[in-house]
Write a protein that binds this ligand. Structure first.
Ligand code: NAD
Length: 387
């Protein structure tokens, strides 16, 4: 027996106006100062006001949200007693909203102890609405949140099926202001998780369909939104693609590029999407060398030449690298600006962190420490994976 989970999705132009139909007392909007400064929080507040709801605005989320900030936010939630919690922003704000909601419903719980096998109280006090303003993480459609413990310098993944938002509002008007670099980083995050979730050991017929279509949309529309951020049609498809990939990923799992990217991101402070996407070509090569992968399916979906799995994978890797070049993304750790001594000093820690990442378990080919060390070394110089 297995499950397929998805939030109720409201998408397309004017999707935000769904908020004006909410019934309830008070909404609590969790966002960051950039979203407020851009006027996006006001768009949400206008709809809440039209619905006759009181609201509280919390705008203290920082990128890669910290455990400490979440605890602070949960304390404020407790004072206001909302019956709706709204995460508004990139993955950082959506994850912050999920985690603060969990603490609000389960006071005193240790977020680091949250796991998919235990039951938690959710929806006794409030429901959750996720409104993404980046087209990337798919957090609006997943039941995990990623926090950073700033004291111990580590990422904490919290996951339990109940954390899936009740509603995901996918309105393209909210991504028109995304700068090119964030468009690229977040769009490549969506691509990486869609490709990885198609190869994960937890993949299934439902996630497969979503991941493949997300990959097609991203290859078509990501170059367009990067070249012209005001291309509304492309923004809309790209925003949908991130959510579609998110539902696929939420019902499967990401794999090795995420393990390596998480390790790199936390040690060198690299944006999540840029870090995971950098490793994607290398981990595809490593995985196909182990046999049993399905990259030819993806290559075929993109109309790339695919005589067999090896050529399909090689052509997919070439297409990803071409896309990354178009988006001016680094293809190696050296291009990312990391120098050799800093890399060598961090290497044991990079390996240790990648090896203990939860998503190693869903990787089709699981590397040992020696493989991981070589994968990082090859990615430093940009060498093709030959093992
Ligand atoms: P982000 O949320 O950290 O946002 C990056 C920057 O973009 C921020 O400064 C933000 O203010 C700004 N921004 C957001 N929307 C904007 C807009 N419309 N216009 C202009 N600026 C805007 O970046 P992200 O990549 O969306 O999220 C990354 C976080 O998500 C990481 O913490 C990562 O671990 C997490 N994540 C979670 C999941 C999940 O399933 N829960 C999946 C992948 C990643």
């Amino acid at each position: 027996m297995w499950y397929f989970d998805s939030p109720h999705v409201i998408f397309g132009e004017e999707a935000l106006s769904y908020l004006a139909e909410l019934k309830g007392r008070r909404a609590f909007v969790i966002t960051d100062r950039t979203i407020v400064r851009l006027g996006l929080a006001q768009l949400v507040i206008d709809q809440l006001t039209a619905a006759g709801l009181a609201y509280t605005l919390f705008d203290e989320v920082e990128p890669e949200p910290s455990l400490q900030m979440i605890q602070h936010c949960a304390g404020i939630l407790e004072q206001h007693h909302p019956d709706w919690i709204i995460g508004l922003g990139g993955g950082s704000c959506l994850d912050a909203a999920k985690a603060a909601w969990l603490l609000y419903e389960n006071p005193g719980i240790d977020p680091a102890s949250v796991n998919p096998f235990d039951q938690y109280t959710l929806r006794d006090k409030a429901k959750l609405i996720a409104i993404p303003t980046t087209s990337g993480t798919g957090s609006e459609a997943t039941w995990y949140a990623v926090l950073t413990d700033t004291v111990e310098q580590r990422k904490i993944g919290i996951g339990t099926r109940g954390l899936l938002p009740d509603y995901a509002i996918i309105d393209p008007a909210l991504v028109m202001s995304l700068p090119p670099a964030t468009t690229a980083d977040t769009g490549l995050d969506a691509l990486t998780q869609s490709i990885e979730s198609y190869q994960s050991t937890w993949r299934n017929d439902f996630s497969d369909a979503l991941c493949l279509h997300a990959v097609r949309l991203i290859f078509t529309y990501l170059p367009r939104v990067y070249a012209a951020g005001t291309d509304r049609e492309a923004r809309e498809h790209m925003h949908n693609a991130a959510a579609i990939g998110g539902i696929g990923f939420g019902n499967s799992q990401a794999t090795l590029a995420h393990c390596m990217g998480h390790a790199l991101g936390v040690l060198f402070h690299i944006p999540h999407g840029r870090a995971v996407a950098l490793f994607l070509p290398y981990t595809i090569e490593f995985t196909v060398n182990g046999g049993g992968s399905r990259y030819a399916d993806i290559a075929q979906a993109l109309s790339l030449p695919t005589d067999n799995e090896a050529t399909g994978a090689a052509n997919l890797v070439a297409a990803i690298r071409d896309l990354e070049r178009q988006l001016r993304q680094p293809l190696t750790l050296r291009e990312l600006g990391i120098d050799r001594p800093a890399f060598e000093q961090a290497l044991p820690e990079l390996v240790a962190r990648a090896e203990t990442d939860t998503q190693i378990a869903t990787s089709l080919r699981v590397p040992d420490s020696g493989d991981l060390r070589r994968l990082f070394e090859y990615a430093f110089d940009g060498k093709g994976i030959d093992f």
